[in-house]
Write a protein that binds this ligand. Structure first.
Ligand SMILES: NC(=O)C1=CN([C@@H]2O[C@H](COP(=O)(O)OP(=O)(O)OC[C@H]3O[C@@H](n4cnc5c(N)ncnc54)[C@H](O)[C@@H]3O)[C@@H](O)[C@H]2O)C=CC1
Ligand SMILES: O=C(CO)COP(=O)(O)O
Length: 335
């Protein structure tokens, strides 16, 4: 039986561990807190993150990294993006030589502005073909309830993508593969920012026209940004772009959407951070994304307005899809 390891026992790491176990692998899950590892292994529950979900028998957890990584044939990473580098420095000598390393994360590192696969490549010093990323419309709790879902596995090496997709496919979860790592990864990062915008206008009380306008123009911003970085535009119209954008913008389960809603209701950024007890990656990646956009000459008026609302310099009621960074009096063209 294939033996795989998942690092990070939050909502997505635990859900993905279940996906892999239900796909036939024997899964070891690393939880930082020993009491959480005990609860998962003994009660088959993760009550902090996945209330009411029974976890499969083929999944056990430990807070000991040696136990988790020993003999792993694939390693999946699901910690908050801003903590990935420090965690990789702890585990890099424990990851078995040559095995696929898979990012489940949807963030960009502050300061360096690197994607998660780039951080992995730097810290492990490995061939990029050993790295894969998983991204798609994947709200953890729905998948933990075994609702039918599709996702994308991207890697520069088709064998790596196929090996990961095979391990991560089961009766309710299906993975498609591609080799557009940049597009797949940025799709997941960028839709979080548009979901924050949707949450903000929802919190303000605006309706479906505003939200549809933001989703549609948001997809243009996502595509322009990703293509400027080398992505294929089709990837952004696929599961890892439009698919994830729809899921995250529509669902109250989305933490990015929820954070935006609180901002739209008038809470200050610091209060929103205090109220969120789970990771909302968009709050950390808005800065590095705008820096990358400026460096590549890409206009992102919606994301820029999100940044202003977070900074407290724009009233949430004034966030709007019709505003552009273009000062000319001529109407903008819809490309
Ligand atoms: N929850 C979801 O529906 C999905 C989440 N993701 C992505 O998965 C990644 C992980 O997010 P979630 O599991 O949802 O977050 P979460 O907030 O549910 O869990 C994060 C986990 O990381 C641990 N953690 C926090 N700081 C840490 C540190 N410094 N070092 C090691 N572990 C630390 C926490 O204790 C917790 O177990 C994020 O990048 C997110 O965008 C991707 C797809 C779906
Ligand atoms: O990435 C996700 C769904 O695909 C989860 O979104 P949130 O991080 O906003 O909860």
């Amino acid at each position: 039986m294939r033996r795989v390891a998942v690092l990070g026992a939050g909502s997505w790491g635990t859900t993905f561990a279940k996906v892999l176990a239900d796909g036939g692998s024997e899964v070891t899950l690393w939880a930082r807190r020993p009491e959480l590892a005990r609860e998962i292994s003994q009660s088959r529950r993760n009550s902090d993150y996945l209330r009411g979900i029974n976890l499969p028998r083929r999944l056990w957890a430990s807070s000991n990294l040696h136990d988790v990584l020993d003999d792993a044939e694939q390693v999946y990473l699901s910690v908050p993006s801003q903590s990935l580098r420090e965690n990789l420095r702890i585990v890099r000598d424990l990851i078995p030589e040559g095995v696929p390393v898979v990012s489940l994360m949807k963030g960009v590192e502050k300061g360096t502005r690197y994607r998660m696969s780039e951080v992995i490549q730097q810290e492990l010093g490995c061939d990029p073909g050993r790295i894969a990323v998983v991204s798609g419309p994947n709200l953890a709790l729905e998948i933990a309830k075994e609702q039918p879902t599709a996702s994308v596995v991207a890697s520069e090496d088709p064998d790596t993508a196929a090996a990961v997709a095979t391990a991560a496919t089961n009766a309710y979860f299906r993975c498609f593969i591609n080799n557009d790592v940049i597009g797949t990864e940025f799709g997941g990062v960028l839709k979080n920012l548009i979901a924050v915008a949707i949450g903000i206008v929802d919190g303000v009380g605006y309706g479906e026209n505003t939200k549809a306008s933001i989703i549609t123009r948001g997809l243009v911003e996502m595509t322009d940004f990703a293509v400027a970085h080398g992505a294929r535009p089709e990837t952004l119209s696929g599961l890892a772009g439009l698919g994830d954008l729809i899921a995250t913008c529509e669902s109250p389960l989305s933490r990015n959407n929820t954070a935006g809603r609180l901002l739209g209701q008038g809470y200050a950024f610091a209060d929103v951070v205090k109220q969120m007890n789970q990771t909302a990656e968009g709050l950390s990646s808005v800065g590095p994304v705008l820096e990358l956009a400026a460096a590549h000459g890409v206009e992102m008026p919606i994301v820029a307005q999100v940044a202003e609302v977070l900074a407290g310099t724009l009233d949430p009621r004034d966030i709007a899809p019709h505003l552009t960074t273009d000062d000319s009096p001529a109407p903008p063209t819809e490309e």
